[in-house]
Design a protein around this ligand. Structure first.
Ligand code: DQA
Length: 145
């Protein structure tokens, strides 16, 4: 089973962002962790990053053809206001897990709301790069159920 992992805007420059909030790992290092974990769970992964809302919408739309068994998405800042990404995810009928490196509920008021969460199977927030690892575990459990 192939899992699509989507990283939203500014995650490509993770090493330049506040390490007290987002941890020390670059996105490349997180992607390596994701690939290793996926291999151990016998899952294939495709990893996609974009800073552009429309590109993320198109990637989600292309997933509608049963290409993937699940989607793990960190929509980054788009989490808080992108109705376009929410509407695209609403059409998806495979498990979708929203992840955040930081615990968005411990942060500024404007980050405490995700417009994406209501169209996802679940959300994992606050475990740094391990949020993605936990999401892979969750998807592999859903697969068994
Ligand atoms: C983030 C949290 C968002 O509020 C922020 O805009 C990000 C990253 C996280 O992973 O903690 O870019 O999604």
């Amino acid at each position: 089973m192939k899992i699509l992992v989507i990283h939203g805007p500014n995650l490509n420059l993770l090493e330049k962002r506040d390490s007290n909030i987002y941890g020390m790992n670059s996105l490349g290092e997180i992607n390596e962790l994701i690939e290793k974990k996926a291999e151990s769970l016998n899952l294939d992964v495709e990893i996609f990053q974009s800073n552009i809302e429309g590109e993320i919408v198109e990637k989600i739309q292309r997933s509608l053809g049963n290409l993937y068994g699940g989607i793990i998405i960190n929509p980054a800042a788009f989490s808080h206001y992108s109705i376009a990404i929410r509407d695209a995810l609403e059409m998806v009928d495979i498990p979708v897990i929203e992840v955040h490196l930081s615990n968005i509920y411990k942060r500024e008021e404007f980050r405490r709301k995700s417009v994406i969460a209501p169209v996802c199977s679940g959300q994992i927030s606050g475990f740094g790069g391990n949020s993605y690892i936990l999401a892979l575990e969750a998807i592999s459990l859903l697969k068994v159920d």
